[in-house]
Write a protein that binds this ligand. Structure first.
Ligand SMILES: [Zn+2]
Length: 184
């Protein structure tokens, strides 16, 4: 009912179409684009045109579907919330890898349930290169945690859209690289 009223309110203002903002939520999406992800506006010019390198797509939809798009918007906000939490976990793990490696591995595991990105693993490996060379056991456990997250990443629905062979190549190529990076 509430959605019905919302639709009506748009229609009486002469609006037939509305717009939803999409970015691609990854490790490098900026804070501002994360804020806008999923938001709905009546006119395209009501969205910022940031041109900062983050993907930006405005999807138009008929006013009568506002209820569905508001539901989508809530799901998108949840994706953003999880990505922000993931970044906090990864940063903290990077900070404490040497002083509290158990906790760091746990945080990376949690972060990996959301997603894992190779450039962030590169950053972690570069920062802790000496530690990972001297502590082979820690290095092996780190590799195990990250590889597990990496393989899980390809079981996520969004990767199912990739053709099977491409998906496999991407997955295996990334796994080989992670093994190299973390010194197998
Ligand atoms: Zn941005």
């Amino acid at each position: 009912m509430l959605n019905g009223l919302r639709v009506l309110a748009q229609l009486v203002r002469g609006r037939r179409k509305l717009y939803q903002y999409y970015t691609n939520v990854t490790w490098r999406t900026c804070e501002r684009c994360l804020d806008w992800h999923g938001r709905i506006r009546a006119r395209p010019e009501r969205f910022p045109d940031v041109g900062d390198g983050c993907p930006r797509h405005l999807l138009s939809f008929p006013v009568r579907q506002l209820g569905d798009y508001r539901a989508k918007s809530r799901e998108m906000a949840e994706v953003v919330r999880r990505e922000r939490q993931r970044r906090i976990w990864v940063r903290e793990a990077e900070e404490i890898l040497e002083s509290d490696s158990e906790r760091a591995l746990q945080l990376l595991q949690e972060a990996g349930c959301v997603d894992v990105y190779i450039p962030e693993v590169e950053r972690l490996a570069a920062r802790h290169r000496a530690l990972l060379r001297s502590d082979r056991e820690l290095c092996a456990r780190l590799r195990e945690v990250l590889l597990e997250s990496w393989h899980e990443k390809f079981a996520l629905p969004r990767y199912e859209r990739l053709p099977e062979r491409m998906r496999e190549e991407h997955e295996q190529g990334g796994a080989r690289y992670l093994e190299e990076l973390l010194g197998r």
